[in-house]
Design a protein around this ligand. Structure first.
Ligand code: A3P
Length: 279
């Protein structure tokens, strides 16, 4: 990754930008062979909305509920798999834990056909943008970028995995699907215990009050940051930066804040997801 020139770090597949190294075309086409199961657990997030946080929570829920630990260090993103891992997944015992940053329409259709439970986490777009900006500058597989240019790329959807607004609108269309549950970063920050409860119920697991409490305690930002070497290897710190609501106030100019407000009001505010985001 270090050797790759900046302008080659992203490429376009079916109109959307992806990191060349992690999601080459071969990986995207391999997804045609990934067959969903009804008892898969699928986690979806636009980048930087709290995906790794929920990976931590779900791994702990699965471990408590089934007694099985999922010790894989890599994030469970299906677009990172490639043909070999797709084959391995075919042999993997249930319940499989999978994740993705893909648009709902680009998730293999069998996940909808099998009625796989899909949990989606969203986050205020301003904090998402800030988090994504830092991530680009700390992650060697993404292009380094200045604040102002990243701001305009994000607003245009010219970033890896595409437009935040398109993702939001596409998930809003599925918000009433009983197999889809949308949670928000902000709600989870406010009451993680309630979140763990809601998430385990959605996936059909019954945990005791003590188990829920313990999972919530081990899933705070500080606890997960401390454990990041274990969970993510030596780039762990890149995924656990600040973990707060409202860091955008330290980054956005008043003009940029207005621009985001306008875009949010125009695209998302009037939707059910918009109401849930409590912007
Ligand atoms: P910040 O950059 O604002 O700190 P993703 O996992 O989707 O890439 O999202 C990363 C964001 O989630 C980062 O936001 C990261 O710090 C935050 N995060 C990770 N673990 C968290 C936790 N346990 N509690 C709150 N936020 C967390």
């Amino acid at each position: 990754a270090k050797e790759m020139s900046e302008d080659k770090k992203l490429y376009r597949y079916k109109g959307v930008l992806y990191p060349t190294l992690m999601c080459p075309e071969e990986h995207m086409t391999a997804l045609d062979n990934l067959k969903a199961r009804e008892d898969d657990l699928m986690l979806v997030a636009y980048p930087k909305c709290g995906f790794n946080w929920m990976v931590g929570v779900l791994k702990k829920i699965i471990a408590e509920a089934t007694g099985e630990k999922n010790e894989r260090k890599t994030p469970p993103l299906i677009e990172f798999f490639g043909p070999e891992v797709v084959k391995v997944m075919e042999e993997s015992p249930s319940p499989r834990f999978l994740g993705t940053h893909l648009y709902p329409d680009n998730i293999p259709p069998s996940f909808y056909e099998k009625k796989t439970k899909i949990m989606v986490i969203f986050r205020n777009p301003k904090d998402t943008l800030v988090s994504y900006y830092h991530f680009c500058n700390n992650n060697p597989v993404l292009p380094t970028v200045s604040w102002d240019s990243f701001f305009s790329q994000f607003m245009k959807g010219e970033v890896a995995w595409g437009s935040y607004f398109d993702h939001a609108l596409a998930w809003d269309k599925k918000i009433d699907d009983p197999n889809v549950m949308i949670v928000t970063y902000e709600d989870l920050k406010q009451d993680l215990k309630a979140g763990v409860h809601q998430i385990s119920n959605f996936f059909g697991f019954t945990l005791t009050e003590a188990q829920v409490q313990q999972i919530a305690e081990k899933s705070t930002f500080n606890a997960m940051k401390e454990n990041s070497g274990q969970s993510h290897g030596n780039i762990g710190n890149v995924f656990f930066r600040k973990g707060e609501v409202g860091d955008w106030k330290n980054h956005f100019t008043p003009e940029q804040s207005r621009e985001m407000d306008e875009a949010f009001n125009k695209h998302v505010a009037g939707t059910k997801l918009g109401a849930k985001l409590d912007y």
